[in-house]
Ligand binder design. Structure first.
Ligand code: SF4
Length: 694
């Protein structure tokens, strides 16, 4: 409970919810937080905010917070409260014993997109030094890993190309698989402003999103594509651009690899990609897709914004590359008002990826097989780094079930609730000899843990977050850490207990080390962040004040590369037994699995997840609004209440996953992106039937 009253002083810090990264003044009375006021000097939000950042901070002092470290010998025993020293010693002892018996590769860990850059950097460093392997991954695995892969392949950098403000120069905006007014509200408002000023809107999404209802829209078009058909849709758009001569030949000749372009042009010009020939796949009339492609290609400035509706598919990486192809072919890269813009779900998805959390990449996306880059880290850290990538999260689960992977350190992610196919995840977690969970609440994952280390909220620590526009924002300590330690201090103590010394006295020293080893962060330090307020990477000798727009003159890979993006249907298809396709999303007042927002007053706006069903499908099944529904998939079964809605097309149902009762991940399958293993949360074939109240 937050004590209200008149503020005495304030601290400027960064919202810890979505990837917009709004700045706030945390107004304090003594050491009590009175209110969060959007900060006018914040470059990402200019004094705006949404109901999450503004009001949903009460979780920080909620009674459920873990206030002391706890341990237990096995998961069927009760927790024993111990000192920090006792818990860290217990964890280190178990890790050492497991590695002695089962080998160096038998342990690993997960960094968090909820934590700071400095904390993510330290966890992957702990794993690469004290653990001695590359078994580090991040929760970005299950959201934007295809962005990292797809944009690196095509544009040479694993990041969005623009600032948010760039949208104010766009003439046409294509939104694919994103719902900005709910999931990225402050950016959603900015986009609405531009739409009201006259920019045209194209939405490719299975669901009718609120953006389409923006008052005084000049021109808009909804392409209600079937879940799983993104690649066919972006290929069809590109096909029209090429076959109708709408490409930007000058841009292609000067900025792109022309041999690759010629191959891609031959591929995409084939009539099998024509909008009319993929109607059966996308479900969208060909003439509509043609009109959308013309509007996009003919606009002076056309920008693409996309979200998890693009990435969380078996062809997530292919769609990201298809989006980059479309932007390149129309010359919409390298200036304001254009670009490829992934809308990141969590506050620090961009940052946790930048910080080397992946098993194949060191900080700054430097591949572990690159001997020069590896040499820099080896010299700085005083260890040898394996040139082979380690295990991804789903590989860790499989290896745990097989008995080869025995211990895991999880910082700030509830994998038992947020990863797909819950039964499989729980089996893996139950198989571990040691699970160390560092979190602010006793989450679902902690039920399988042997060590519970209290986490600190964003209000209790210093550090930085990097938002979706590559903006590095300061996070400033507002109140003391509830359990006495910031997350980076805990990681450091675990490392010391394992015998690899770390001796940082402030996160600024960690950032100095990051800057010394990461070319795109070379010009970043805390003094400069104070001076500029924030910095957008790359920030180095070439771009000393940071880079609001990327790829202005050249690409990190010289010339941009077109990718061949063949559509391969997902194996998750509707059939007689599972005739409907389920897809998922978020709502404005809640955040992801709800661990935080459910413990705030935002709960009053949304106290249960429901299943949206089209009236046609409801009538066929005799379903009325509010009925209880059993939802079965090939993976499992859950129960939700019905909401009849015309936002979905017939044959597609939709739910959010903000409450554990939704069981959304009990029914999602093991399918994942071919390149990065990002789960296919967005397509699950289901059957829906009326049931009596659960
Ligand atoms: Fe926080 Fe995102 Fe809302 Fe801004 S838009 S206040 S970053 S949740």
């Amino acid at each position: 409970v937050i004590e209200m009253g008149q503020p005495e002083h304030s601290v400027v810090t960064t919202c810890a919810y979505c990837g917009v990264g709004c700045s706030f003044e945390a107004e304090m009375k003594g050491d009590k937080l009175v209110r969060m006021l959007p900060y006018k000097g914040g470059e990402a939000n200019h004094g705006h905010s949404c109901v999450k950042g503004r009001f949903a901070f009460g979780y920080a002092t909620h009674k459920d917070r873990i206030r002391a470290p706890m341990i237990r010998d096995s998961i069927d025993q009760p927790w024993r409260e111990v000192s920090w020293e006792g818990a860290i010693g217990f964890a280190a002892g178990r890790l050492k014993a497991i590695q002695a018996e089962h080998g160096r590769e038998s342990v690993g860990g997960i960094t968090s997109s909820r934590c700071t850059n400095e904390e993510a950097y330290l966890v992957q460093k702990l794993i690469r030094t004290a653990f001695g392997n590359n078994n580090t991954d991040t929760c970005a695995r299950v959201c934007h890993s295809p962005t990292g892969y797809g944009l690196k392949q095509t544009l040479g950098e694993s990041a969005g190309t623009q600032t948010f403000d760039s949208v104010l120069k766009a003439d046409c905006v294509l939104v694919i698989g994103a719902n900005p007014t709910d999931a990225h509200p402050v950016f959603g408002s900015l986009l609405r402003r531009r739409l009201r000023e006259g920019a045209s809107l194209l939405v490719a999404d299975p669901r009718h999103i609120d953006l389409l209802d923006t008052p005084h829209l000049n021109d808009s078009m909804h392409l209600p594509l079937r879940p799983g058909s993104n690649v066919a849709m972006v290929n069809a758009l590109a096909h029209v651009v090429i076959n109708e001569g709408l490409e930007d030949s000058d841009f292609i000749a000067s900025r792109c690899d022309t041999d690759g372009y010629n191959q891609w042009r031959d591929f995409i010009a084939d009539e099998r990609h024509a909008p009319e020939n993929v109607e059966e796949i996308t479900g969208v009339p060909g003439d509509k897709v043609r009109a959308a492609a013309r509007a996009f290609a003919k606009a002076p400035n056309a920008a693409i914004y996309y979200g998890l509706g693009v990435t969380e598919h078996s062809q997530g990486s292919t769609t990201v590359m298809g989006i980059a192809n479309l932007a390149l072919a129309t010359g919409n890269i390298g200036r304001e008002g254009v670009g490829v813009n992934p809308l990141r779900g969590q506050n620090n998805v961009q940052g946790s990826c930048d910080m080397g959390s992946f098993p194949h990449e060191l900080p700054g996306y430097q591949h572990v097989s690159d001997s020069v880059a590896r040499g820099h880290f080896e010299a700085a850290w005083g260890v040898e780094i394996d040139p082979e990538p380690g295990l991804r999260i789903p590989n860790m689960f499989d290896a745990a079930i097989a008995g080869a992977f025995r211990a895991m350190y999880v910082q700030g992610e509830d994998i038992a609730q947020s990863d797909p196919n819950t039964q499989h995840v729980e089996q893996a977690l139950r198989s571990l000899d040691c699970l160390i969970v560092q979190d602010i609440f006793l989450n679902e994952t902690a039920k399988f843990a042997h060590v519970l280390l209290p986490g600190s909220t964003f209000l209790e620590k210093n550090g930085t977050f990097t938002n979706a526009e590559r903006r590095i924002n300061r996070v400033r300590k507002v109140m003391p850490a509830l359990a006495g330690k910031e997350d980076w201090e805990v990681t450091q103590e675990l490392s010391n207990a394992l015998g690899y010394p770390m001796n940082y006295s402030h996160p600024s020293e960690i950032m100095d080390e990051i800057a010394s080893l990461t070319p795109s962060f070379a010009g970043v330090n805390y003094d400069k962040l104070e001076q500029y307020g924030s910095l957008q990477w790359p920030c180095n000798d070439v771009h000393p004040e940071g880079s609001p727009i990327m790829h202005v003159d050249d690409f990190p890979i010289g010339k941009a590369k077109f990718a061949i993006t063949e559509f391969v249907p997902t194996t998750e298809r509707a059939n007689r037994r599972f005739p409907l396709l389920l897809t998922t999303g978020r709502i404005l007042s809640q955040y992801n699995v709800g661990a935080q927002t459910r413990r705030t007053e935002n709960q009053v706006w949304h106290n249960e997840d429901v299943l949206e069903v089209h009236p046609h499908d409801a009538e066929e099944r005799g379903i009325n609004d509010g009925d209880w529904l059993g939802i079965s998939s090939r993976a499992g079964h859950t129960v939700l209440r019905a909401r009849i809605s015309e936002r979905m097309q017939p044959g597609v149902v939709y739910t959010t996953f903000h409450h554990p009762h939704s069981g959304a991940n009990v029914i999602t399958t093991d399918n994942s992106d071919w390149a990065t293993n990002c789960p296919e949360y967005k397509v699950t074939a289901v059957q829906v039937e009326k049931v009596t109240q659960p």
